[in-house]
Structures are given as structure tokens and as C-alpha cells.
Design a protein around this ligand. Sequence first.
Ligand code: ADP
Ligand code: MG
Length: 169
Amino acid sequence: MKSLPYFCRGEVIRGFGRGSKELGIPTANFPDLVVDTLPADIGTGIYYGWACVDNGDVYKMVMSIGWNPYYKNTKKSMETHVIHTFKEDFYGEILSVVMVGYIRPERSYNSLEALIAAINNDIEEAKAQLEVPEHLKLRDDNFLTSAPSPSSALPPTSASTSQTIMNGH
Ligand code: ADP
Ligand code: MG
């Protein structure tokens, strides 16, 4: 896939509550703007890479790009599971990612157990792949930790205005 590694970022929006968190595998959703600007050669399937919430630490991630059943499969979704246990949700924060490699195509499963097992395999595969020196070096790319941070960069009086702009798309 010639577009990999692919860097992108966006605000974490609410998904459609398909219960990923209940499965122990929460997935942070990107807004349409991010999904719609994906290069054409990045198709549906499971990817691995690096992720950073706001300007925090960089963690390994697995991402699923799929057709969204909520929109009768006419719209894609990009859902990132960050391989880290967070104390709190991070809706509204900026998620920056670099998609590094492709694991497998989308598949449907006969049981929840089979689905969970497949995702756990993906997580193990991502962890191992990202230790390859060529992939490890992308962890330190400045892009990941350089998300614009309006509320901290501006005086308090301007913060609410810029927050509105950030949320405006
Ligand atoms: P939704 O349908 O809103 O996407 P999920 O059950 O998939 O709901 O949970 C996703 C949310 O969980 C994310 O938007 C984020 O705020 C939070 N979250 C907490 N830990 C993680 C994690 N390790 N990876 C991704 N999202 C996480
Ligand atoms: Mg989700």
C-alpha cells in the first residue's frame, strides 16, 4: 500500500454504541472529514500503528476501517483501539495516529468469542510488528505529539471561541 505510513488526526467523536467497550476493546471514532480524506488505496480492513491523545504519550494501536452499518454501508468508519488502559474517556480530544501497516481484511464472525479472539490476535500482531526497527522509529515522529492545543495555547478568554472552531467541522 503506497500511502503507508499514513498520518492523520481528528477530534474523537461518539460512535454508535456497538458495545466495543463492553467487549473490553473500546474504539475511538474519527469524524467524517478524516475518513473522507483517506487515500483511495487505503481500503477496509485492520491496520496497526501509533497513536497519541492530545499531546500525551504515544502508544501502539490497531485500527479497523469498515463500512458503517448505521449508514447502510455507504459510509466508511475508522475506529482506533489504543493499546493502553486510560483512566477516563477522551471524547472531544484530538487523536493523532500514524497508520503503519496492514494486518488483514474485514471479516464477519459466527460468535462473539470468535470476534474477540480475532481482535486479540490483531493486538498481538500489532505489538510485534511495531517492534520492527523501521516501524519503531515512527513512534518518535513529531506529528504524533504536535496536535494544536487551543485551550492551553491561548489566553482563557479566547479558549471557548477556538474550542467552538475545533468542534465546528
Ligand atoms: P463509541 O461507540 O462511542 O465509539 P466505544 O465503546 O467504542 O464507544 O468506546 C470508545 C471510547 O472509549 C473512545 O471514544 C474513548 O473516549 C474511550 N476509550 C477509553 N480507552 C480507550 C482505548 N484504549 N482506545 C480507544 N478508546 C478508548
Ligand atoms: Mg467505538
